[in-house]
Design a binder for this molecule. Structure first.
Ligand code: C2E
Ligand code: MG
Ligand code: MG
Ligand code: MG
Length: 294
């Protein structure tokens, strides 16, 4: 009996495995064509200064408009892209598109400071030897000032091989781009390396921000991260800000920037353009009002 049960389980297992393999294969084939078929999209989530309340820049977040499956989130295909190596061409597409968009917005809207663009780099991309040359080429082709580009690399990717990561980070830094550690607090950083990494900012993982206000421990963790960053002479962005209470606490903890549904969702290019225009008109009318009053 046990034997036949075992065999039945085996069958179910095989079948599931088989279905999954077939599904992955389909996804891979589709993804391979997605770039040329122009199915990839970028959405842009505003990053807000917690001191002025103004938009400081955007994070580019990939989506895939799949012909049958509809709009897919990165969680549904980035892992496949990583496994198959397709993340390299996909990642280059993202970099080129995001840099082009940032340059266009900078030209179109003259804000008092240049809007920045944050782009996520996967572990595979980060270990590509020709990454530097490719980024250099993209910056040149899009005429974007390197300082406006912020590359986000997760803490775990940096820590995986901290020695070679340091070398790569130094080469990236030499291009003039900014380097941010994404999902900070989840990857067990060694403090000695944090000192050696030439990084410009930490992004606190949203799991800590989420529990702000719910338990004291999270506030202590966020405080520790902000203090650590300030001691390193760098700024902090809080990810996943969803409530006014979280915002109040983050401001009290002197966190510089915030990103989350409380401010904005990731937005399409068209919506961002309306948003920047509205923000500009609003700040101009504030200036008029102040000069009239003064
Ligand atoms: P991430 O870089 O940490 O990006 C932040 C994620 O949090 C985004 O999810 C964003 O939509 C979501 N988010 C923002 N505010 C809130 C909030 O208030 N509450 C909640 N619950 N979530 C919020 P998204 O767009 O689904 O991206 C997920 C992850 O996929 C990203 O995490 C990043 O690791 C990866 N990813 C996205 N685009 C790219 C890309 O172009 N290249 C690579 N390699 N990875 C990407
Ligand atoms: Mg466009
Ligand atoms: Mg990110
Ligand atoms: Mg993150």
């Amino acid at each position: 009996r046990a034997k036949s049960l075992g065999r039945a389980c085996h069958k179910v297992f095989d079948r599931t495995m088989h279905l999954r393999a077939v599904e992955l294969l389909h996804l891979e084939t589709d993804l391979r064509r997605a770039i040329e078929r122009q199915e990839l999209r970028l959405h842009y989530q505003p990053i807000v200064s917690l001191t002025t309340g103004r938009i400081h820049g955007f994070e580019a977040l990939i989506r895939w408009q799949h012909p049958e499956r509809g709009l897919m989130s990165p969680a549904e295909f980035i892992p496949v892209a990583e496994e198959t190596g397709l993340i390299v061409p996909v990642g280059l597409w993202v970099l080129r598109e995001a840099c082009q968009q940032a340059q266009k917005w900078q030209k179109q809207f003259s804000t008092s400071f240049p809007l920045t663009m944050s782009v996520n780099l996967s572990g595979k991309q980060f270990s590509q030897p020709d990454l530097i040359g490719q980024i250099e080429q993209i910056l040149q082709a899009t005429a974007l000032d390197a300082r406006s580009l912020k590359l986000e690399i997760t803490e775990s990717v940096m820590m995986e091989n901290a020695e070679s990561a340091t070398k790569m980070l130094l080469r990236l830094k030499a291009l003039g781009v900014q380097l941010h550690i994404d999902d900070f607090g989840t990857g067990y950083s060694s403090l000695s390396y944090l000192h050696r990494f030439p990084i410009d900012q930490l992004k606190i993982d949203r799991s800590f921000v989420k529990r702000l206000g719910a338990d004291d421990e999270s506030a202590e963790i966020v405080r520790a991260i902000v203090t650590l960053a300030h001691n390193l002479g760098i700024h902090v962005t809080a990810e996943g800000v969803e409530t006014a209470e979280q915002l109040t606490q983050l401001r009290a903890l002197e966190c510089e920037y915030g990103q989350g549904y409380f401010f904005f969702q990731p937005l399409t290019e068209a919506v961002v353009e309306k948003l920047i225009l509205t923000e500009q008109q609003w700040s101009e009318s504030c200036e008029c009002l102040t000069s009239e009053l003064g």
